[in-house]
Design a protein around this ligand. Structure first.
Ligand SMILES: C[S@@+](CC[C@H](N)C(=O)[O-])C[C@H]1O[C@@H](n2cnc3c(N)ncnc32)[C@H](O)[C@@H]1O
Length: 211
């Protein structure tokens, strides 16, 4: 990890640690408006899974681990690893899922092992005071890490630059879906899907790799 990325991730960890302290292990604690939106996002990301059972998932930016419940409800025999830069989030998730032998959590800014699939929900949204070019470099570097640590594919979401202008906030980053789609096609895989039709001010990109 480069030095600038370390400083940036410290800021991110502080921000989300404060959210957790204020709102607890709830969607509000990871900066979502509610459970419906959190699950709608999971449902888009999960479209990258190309099988009903027997695979592994790296969840980058796992928060308190809400994706574990979502996975357990829909798929069988999934090995889950959650990574978060906030040690408070990792402590909460570890406590919450201590009885689940196929779930583990680690404090890290990139996955520490290769999985079938990688997912990242909400990690590219809050840039605080970081300028556009720095935040975009960070997104690109993190996508490279997701690519390097996923065998069958990965999926992520971002706020969209097609959001209503009067609702946009300077501390949030609104990405260009077409530019990221193009980057994923050029760098990672031939099969890339851009989902921008699920009613939130964001989009999801699925990168499917040929095994
Ligand atoms: C918006 S929250 C979403 C949490 C979870 N994915 C969910 O949807 O419930 C983003 C989480 O990602 C973590 N995070 C942000 N950037 C990260 C990175 N590069 N690596 C690991 N964790 C990150 C934050 O600390 C925070 O807990």
């Amino acid at each position: 990890m480069t030095e600038p990325r370390v400083g940036l991730l410290d800021e991110v960890a502080r921000y989300y640690g404060q959210r957790l302290a204020a709102h607890g292990e709830t969607p509000g604690g990871v900066d979502w408006n509610g459970e419906a939106g959190q699950h709608l996002r999971f449902a888009q990301l999960a479209r990258v899974f190309d099988r009903a059972s027997g695979f592994s998932v790296n969840d980058l930016g796992c928060g308190y681990g809400a994706l574990v419940d979502f996975l357990r409800a829909g798929w069988a025999d999934v090995r889950y690893a959650g990574f978060d830069v906030s040690s408070d989030m990792v402590a909460a998730a570890t406590r919450r899922y201590r009885a689940d032998p196929a779930a583990r959590f680690a404090c890290a800014g990139v996955p520490d092992e290769i999985a079938d699939f990688g997912v990242a929900s909400g990690i590219f949204n809050v840039r605080q005071a970081r300028p556009d070019d720095q935040w975009l470099d960070y997104i690109h570097a993190t996508l490279d890490a997701l690519h390097e640590t996923s065998q069958r594919g990965f999926a992520f979401n971002c706020l969209t630059r097609y959001s209503d202008a009067d609702r946009m906030r300077p501390d949030l980053f609104y990405a260009d879906p077409c530019a990221l789609f193009d980057r994923c096609k050029q760098r990672y895989a031939r099969d890339v899907a851009l989902l921008h039709d699920y009613g939130l001010y964001e989009f999801t990109i699925l990168v499917r790799k040929t095994p």
